[in-house]
Design a protein. Structure first.
Length: 120
């Protein structure tokens, strides 16, 4: 018998590699979803900057959102689904949606996004 065993068995190494592979594959599948969310938030912030100080009605804000949605090719949510509401005398753009990505077989990953940008 050995008094000092060092290292990992081959079976232990396979289990660790399988776990790291599954997490890595999930990251690869979710990367485009988060990239799309970053494009959405940057578009909302750009519209908020464009209409900073007021002067924009709902129709012009929606037209600006539609333009940016076409340029950025944002999927998962339509620009018509972005809520434009008044909070404390300021306009706010609110987008909430779920994005579902197939993972392995009939298993899917679902991510919920919720962001609000105020037009000051």
């Amino acid at each position: 018998m050995r008094h000092r065993q060092r290292g990992m068995t081959f079976l232990g190494l396979l289990i660790v590699l399988a776990f790291v592979g599954a997490v890595g594959y999930a990251g690869v599948r979710l990367f485009p979803v988060y990239l799309n969310y970053m494009k959405l938030t940057s578009s909302l912030k750009a519209v908020a900057t464009e209409y900073k100080g007021g002067g924009g009605d709902e129709a012009s804000i929606r037209a600006s959102l539609a333009r940016r949605w076409n340029i950025e090719d944002i999927t998962g949510i339509d620009y018509k689904d972005v809520e434009i509401k008044k909070e404390n005398g300021e306009l706010a753009l609110h987008a909430a949606y779920d994005d579902k990505v197939p993972y392995i077989g009939n298993v899917s990953l679902t991510v919920s996004f919720d962001t609000t940008v105020k037009i000051e």
